[in-house]
Design a protein around this ligand. Structure first.
Ligand code: GLC
Ligand code: CA
Length: 567
């Protein structure tokens, strides 16, 4: 069995502060708002909050563009509010994880303001500047938010690299001075008492210094930079340095965002020897389809067949066993709502499929992450007008794809409805009052109109609600070690409707069975689980022996403890 650690036993709840709770009626969520809802999270039973960025920012990318790492975004409050929120959370036994966004800063950060002034400015090398090539961009890399990854700057007649928007210039990690600034800033937060870091696109911090052109696929305009940017030549060296200089001095939980990471790379990032991070987020299971790297990338609306999805998750489960640690998630602020994408958000199946998804995820090996509103079964927003969208990625790609003729506006609107990041960013639905109890003013992004039916107040009163089901899933993890540490093994691998797996330890074992389809499904409960105890089920089934017919989206978990026989 795995080595015991508190962060393996914890459940993390992700807050997107802008949309969680507004305390002063300006339509934007804030720190006082979060503080006022901590008791709700305590009731849910989570141990750790991951706060999406709350630092000072001009909000080109909702706080993922930071202009001051040692201050709080004006709209969210003050450092004093932060300290109060942190103290209150700690009082309740809840830890706080900060988002660490250090692949890039805002172009309004003091370092960049200096850097662009002249070629010999002391901050010049904090960023990545290159000369034009044949009168054009230094290479053909595209930015993750559309367009070229290079922006021309007149002042010095050079280009700077930005893997995201042009207001997010990439920091130059080759520069030891920059690295030390980052470590100092992290230490400053460590001393303030925070409990960990979620590291934004951390696998991208080391670039191949040759900056070669990337391969251009299909009818794409830009070259693929990922071989030269993701898991770059020095990334593990940097993380080991960060670990030595900062992380190892505190008892933190650390998770790296690692799109496109392979199993082999993940074993280095999240090595059980503790030399880098505790765990990474891999994104294979959230990909747009088996041909996820076709020319629409994430805008592909095809869903992955269940056997492929199971194979991916099973490979991560068994592949990291004893060597590294998994993080478990179905949604976050960059993904569609999990019940809308992986489940079924129709009136008939929303509740049952949300509970099924929670069961499937929380019984696996790894640290589970619950994204705000997931515990209520909140759904995609399905905006039908471009004006309703706020997300820079959605808006940029709409323009790029429809202008180049790659997609019709109608088709792109459909893709946004399925995949836009704004689906997960609409305000938290607290109750059935105006604006879902999120704000007294005009929210920065529209509230989902289903809030009258789907909201926290209603679910807190209903013992059968998704909220209470999640509460139970979280509690079970605290009661049964096997859920945290047991070894994973998939069953019925090729089944197209059912995801089933066992977890095994010395004395105990667990069986999880989930029907991912909207049809009945037959399953044979293995003989070794005859007479086992049912820990949780979403439809109230009582009999689990032999062949059974599952209802659409039905799920259950069986637990068996061997009697220790005395000699
Ligand atoms: C990460 C964040 C995303 C952000 C991007 C750039 O992927 O999760 O929200 O836009 O990095 O910082
Ligand atoms: Ca506010």
């Amino acid at each position: 069995m795995e080595e015991k650690k508190w962060w393996k036993e914890a459940v993390v709840y992700q807050i997107y502060p802008r949309s969680f709770m507004d305390s002063n009626g300006d339509g934007v969520g804030d720190l006082r708002g979060i503080k006022s809802r901590l008791s709700y999270l305590k009731l849910l039973g989570i141990d750790v909050i991951w706060l999406s960025p709350v630092y000072q920012s001009p909000n080109d990318d909702n706080g993922y563009d930071i202009s001051d790492y040692r201050d709080i975004m004006t709209e969210f409050g003050t450092l004093e509010d932060f300290d109060e929120m942190l103290a209150e959370a700690h009082k309740l036994g809840i830890k706080i994880v900060m988002d660490l966004v250090v692949n890039h800063s805002s172009d309004e950060h003091r370092w960049f303001v200096e850097s662009r002034k002249s070629k010999d400015n002391p901050y010049r090398d904090y960023y990545i500047w290159r000369e034009a090539k044949d009168g054009k961009e230094p290479n053909n890399w595209g930015s993750c938010f559309g367009g070229s990854a290079w922006e021309y700057d007149q002042t010095t007649d050079m280009y700077y690299l930005h893997m995201f928007s042009k207001k997010q210039p990439d920091l130059n990690w080759e520069n030891p001075k920059l690295r030390q600034e980052v470590y100092d800033m992290m230490t400053w937060w460590g001393e303030r008492g925070i409990d960990g870091f979620r590291m934004d696109v951390i696998t991208m911090i080391s670039k191949d210094q040759r900056f070669p052109d990337g391969v251009v696929r299909g009818n794409e305009k830009f070259g693929d930079s990922s071989p030269y940017v993701n898991n770059g030549p020095r990334v593990h060296e940097y993380l080991k340095e960060m670990n030595r200089k900062v992380l190892s001095h505190y008892d933190l939980i650390t998770v790296g965002e690692a799109a496109g990471v392979t199993l082999e790379e993940a074993k280095k990032y999240a090595n059980a020897d503790g030399s880098e991070l505790n765990m990474v987020f891999q994104f294979e299971h959230t990909g747009g389809g088996p041909e996820a790297d076709n020319h629409y990338g994430k805008w592909d609306s095809h869903k992955m067949p269940l056997p492929v999805w199971k194979k991916i998750l099973s490979r991560w489960q068994t592949g990291l066993e004893g060597k590294a640690w998994n993080s478990l998630f179905l949604s976050n602020h960059d993904q569609p709502r999990s019940v809308s994408w992986f489940g079924n958000d129709s009136e008939q199946y929303r509740e049952i499929s949300a509970k099924m998804l929670g069961t499937c995820l929380h019984m696996m090996q790894g640290t589970p992450y619950v994204y705000q509103g997931e515990e209520l079964g909140m759904t995609n927003i399905y905006f039908d007008k471009l004006e309703d969208y706020r997300d820079i990625e959605s808006i940029n790609y709409f323009e790029e794809f429809t202008e180049s003729g790659l997609m019709t506006p109608e088709h792109m609107m459909k893709c946004l409805m399925l995949r836009s990041r704004d689906n997960a960013r609409t305000p938290m639905q607290w109750d059935d009052s105006k604006q879902a109890g999120f704000t007294d003013g005009e929210p920065w992004i529209k509230v989902n109109q289903n809030y009258k039916k789907i909201n926290a107040a209603q679910q807190l009163e209903d013992p059968d609600s998704i909220f209470h089901y999640y509460q139970k899933l979280i509690r079970l993890r605290k009661e049964k070690d096997i859920i945290v540490y047991g070894e994973f093994e998939p069953l019925y691998r090729e089944d197209e409707q059912i995801f089933a797996y066992t977890r095994k330890g010395d004395q105990e074992k667990l069986l999880t069975v989930c029907n991912f389809s909207d049809k009945n499904a037959e399953v044979e409960v293995p003989e070794e689980f005859k007479g086992a105890e049912c820990l949780i089920t979403n439809l109230g089934r009582k009999e689990f022996d032999g062949k059974i017919i599952l209802n659409p989206y039905e799920a259950f978990v069986l637990y068996y403890k061997h009697q220790v026989t005395e000699k």
